[in-house]
Design a protein around this ligand. Sequence first.
Ligand code: ACM
Ligand code: ZN
Length: 542
Amino acid sequence: MKHLLLAAALSFSMLSVHAADANYNVVPLPKSVMMAKGKPFNLTSATTIVYEGTNPEMKRNARFLSEYIEQVAGIRTSLLDKRDKKAAAIVLTIDPKVTGAEAYRLSVNNKQVTIAASTPAGVFYGIQTLRKSLPVQTNGADVTLPAVTVADEPRFGYRGMMLDCARHFFPLSFVKKFIDILALHNMNVFHWHLTEDQGWRLEIKSHPELTAKSSMRSGTVIGHNAMVDDSIPHGGFYTQQEAREIVEYARQRHITVIPEIDMPGHMLAALAAYPELGCSGGPYEVGHRWGVYKDVLCLGKESTYKFVQDVIDEVVDIFPAKYFHIGGDETPTIMWEKCPRCIQKAKDENTDIKHLQQYFTNRIEKYLNSKGKSIIGWDEILEGKINQSATIMAWRGEKNGFDGAIKGHDVVMTPSSHVYFDHYQAEDHAHEPDAIGGFSPVEKVYSYEPIPESLPADAKKRIFGVQANLWTEYIPYTTQAEYMIMPRMAALAEVQWTPAAKKNFDDFSKRAHRLSDLYDRYGYQYARHLWKDKAIPTSAVW
Ligand code: ACM
Ligand code: ZN
């Protein structure tokens, strides 16, 4: 009996150091995972990662993979810039035959793991899949990679997340962490919301008061516009050098940063520093309360256009992205209606006050075009006659995206009905951090189909992107920001990447459970409603 027990204990301990298996059914689910016959590849500390050629992007890819393998599986690999035929290797290679700018092929046999793509970005996504396939472990035990061919590419070319750093300011370290989280979910656009009524967050050298004054509010309303203010100054801004650092950090992870300077509304913080840019001339104060403010840029003064152009000149120099987001949402006309200059401008431009924003949008677009940029705007810009070249970011519902595509605009879908991550993700609000309202659980995010079935085929093609937004009126903490985005970002990742026909929520839920082990590994905060074994008890403890 004693011997039997000993034998059982021994075999158990042998089992526990036995190589764990990789599983390629990751989030987002690849387009095709074909298990192959043949022996598996054994990933050990003797494995080398080989990047071929001298492309610095490929060398960086190799470094990322090596870091990931160590973080996830505790295995230290080494990097080589040439294949050593004798050593077991993971080979990263550029292969023009793998068509598609972000497509990759991951193949595994007992001798070699190969990640091939026609671009370093494609290789990067293959690396993300391999990273997420590994068992999360700390003991550094060997990992068995079953023989396979994964052939994968994204459904949408634009896969974005917006972070509002204006309602609450987040430190540079968190912006980088946010970008890391984007990379983990195969996303390639970071939409950076930098200006608001309640704070201006980017250094503009020609207008130093934007950082000296507009970046700080003297207090914040408590709760949902209660009649009490906390009187605690809140603010901060990113220097141009820091913004460039973010652009580079993102670029290394194959992510484009699209800056948003929201205009002509949501400009109260700027008006507080430069009151001559408003219709009434002020005085104005950086906003303490949430919602839409009536004071916006005066569109009747030429000095407003000069200000906007000065800002644009500096912003385009920092951000190399093709797109510049001009905001354009929630712009009341009430102050324009009383302003002789705005009234005159509308007359001069053969329009009416209600459509003065369209004049502004078209004029600013022309200026940005002269700088080699294309504009994106929130879907309110569709309310005027704007140029077809403007890209529409549809947030107030699918219909605006539908209409934009019909009118010939390119469209990014980001409907508040499904992908506003400032909404509650559970009905039991007592055990949730504060949210703006709504109810957008992970199931609802997952169910989102960005291409309306009734859209004609040529218009369907214009919907080229999907994005979720994290507005931060009620999100002062970075931990809370993490909780609000995960695992909803995992659901979004499958909306953006995985072929619609392959989506299945129950299956996703299991795969996302494995992904959450990785969230644990990185110490991310995340919502646990999907998984009973991960739920934090909400009952009282006394
Ligand atoms: C928005 O949510 N105001 C674009
Ligand atoms: Zn005016």
